[in-house]
Write a protein of this length. Sequence first.
Length: 117
Amino acid sequence: MEAGAARLVGGHDFAAFAAPAGPANSVRTVYRAEVSRRRSWVLFDVEANAFLPQQVRRTVGALVQVGRGKQSPDDFRRLLASGERGAATFAAPAQGLCLMAVRYEGLPSGGCDSGYS
């Protein structure tokens, strides 16, 4: 899973991890993608310039398939490179996913108490 997550870093066409009816431009830049373990939990942290609809859920689903041995790291690499919209069909459930922060260039960073709604 860690090797698969590392492959996500950089600019890629993430069409394979997008919902089939997603935006035409599916190129995004991932700045950081890490898998870690905390007791019985597996954590996936990802930071990017933007995300496609279902991109994170489908990425986590594909990484779980690798972790369970149902796909190899090479399968994951080929999936990422495929450019085939919606090819990653297993999406992790939304429960457990948490948006930690949103940053906009030129605006102060912070949570809801930053004065911006």
